[in-house]
Design a protein around this ligand. Sequence first.
Ligand SMILES: Cc1cc2nc3c(=O)[nH]c(=O)nc-3n(C[C@H](O)[C@H](O)[C@H](O)COP(=O)(O)O)c2cc1C
Length: 136
Amino acid sequence: MPSLRSIVYVSSSVIPFSTSDLEDLLLKAKAFNSKHSITGALFYKDGNFIQCIEGPPAEMVLTYDRILKDKRHKGIIQLINLPIPFRAFKSWEMAFVRIGPNRSQELTNALSRTSPNATNKTHPSLVLMNSFISTL
Ligand SMILES: Cc1cc2nc3c(=O)[nH]c(=O)nc-3n(C[C@H](O)[C@H](O)[C@H](O)COP(=O)(O)O)c2cc1C
């Protein structure tokens, strides 16, 4: 089985992202990700992002490099970068959830819908994202 890695990071947008800005970002991200066997999830709230990307190690380097170079966000802090036993977001080129005010419960629900393995509490990226998101 090919090896897999997962990165989770947080960042802040430099510009206020409109719905169409986010759609454009996602379109490009998904196109690249699908060609490079990358899956993941992106959450956006009040100018802040948390994203998980996962895939083969060499493709992860390429993808994360694209993310780092994007001038539309700053303050990128990597929280996790490690080998994983399986993908948390297997069927998602990049799932996206925009979080409104006071919607932490809905968000936790969205995360469990997004990931078929969300009930597996041992996946490090899912544990981290669940715990981070529950504080929003
Ligand atoms: C919050 C955020 C998440 C991103 N996620 C991805 C991603 O999952 N995959 C990807 O290839 N690029 C991702 N990017 C980078 C941009 O989508 C991409 O580099 C940008 O749209 C330029 O693409 P282009 O060089 O094809 O025009 C992300 C950028 C930001 C700000």
